[in-house]
Design a protein around this ligand. Structure first.
Ligand code: ZN
Length: 188
């Protein structure tokens, strides 16, 4: 993998796609499409070359040992199978062990990891991994609900269908009561 975003290569590729589908590249609006698409990809795949770890600032805090939940973090990602968006929400719960982070930092992690070519299951796993690695909490739970346009626009064509995935680590895995508590906080 090259370390830099190659916009000119995307431009070339988009031009070929446009030619292949019979678009008129001489038309003013379409002539500038390859450039626009390359710019757009650079923005929506901004996480490809960034480390999500860097976003999670650690704050030492001795006393808090209850569930901290970030609910409904908006998420826009691109499925690696079809290059179509999946859009939804992430919920991230953790129980700290002397380390917490600013509320916006977890949303930043979700953002960086979403702005990559992804599959929903891996996205949830990667979010959980970063939280585990940086905060070393007693446990973490990540739930993602998303609509995949590759399912809504094509294939089985079921618009509005939400796919839910969850990843649990630590105490959320071993203790059913704790997991249940987090789930009811998420759904309330
Ligand atoms: Zn897909």
């Amino acid at each position: 993998m090259s370390k830099q975003f190659d916009k000119s290569k995307i431009e070339k590729g988009v031009k070929e796609i446009l030619e292949a589908v019979g678009a008129d590249l001489k038309r003013k609006d379409i002539a500038t499409t390859p450039k626009r698409v390359a710019q757009m990809y650079e923005e929506i795949l901004d996480g490809q070359f960034r480390k999500a770890d860097d976003e999670l600032e650690v704050i030492l805090e001795q006393t808090h040992d209850e569930i901290i939940l970030l609910k409904g973090i908006p998420l826009y990602s691109l499925c690696e199978h079809h290059l179509l968006p999946f859009v939804g929400k992430a919920h991230v719960a953790y129980i700290p062990d002397k380390r917490i982070t600013g509320l916006s930092k977890i949303a930043r992690v979700v953002d960086v990891l979403s702005k990559r070519l992804q599959v929903q299951e891996r996205l949830a796993t990667e979010i959980a991994d970063v939280v585990m690695k940086k905060l070393k909490p007693k446990g973490v739970m990540v739930v993602i609900e998303a609509e995949h346009l590759c399912m809504s626009m094509r294939g089985v064509k079921k618009p509005g269908t939400l796919t839910t995935t969850s990843v649990v680590r630590g105490v959320f895995r071993t203790n059913q009561k704790t997991r249940q508590e987090a789930l009811s906080l998420i759904s309330s």
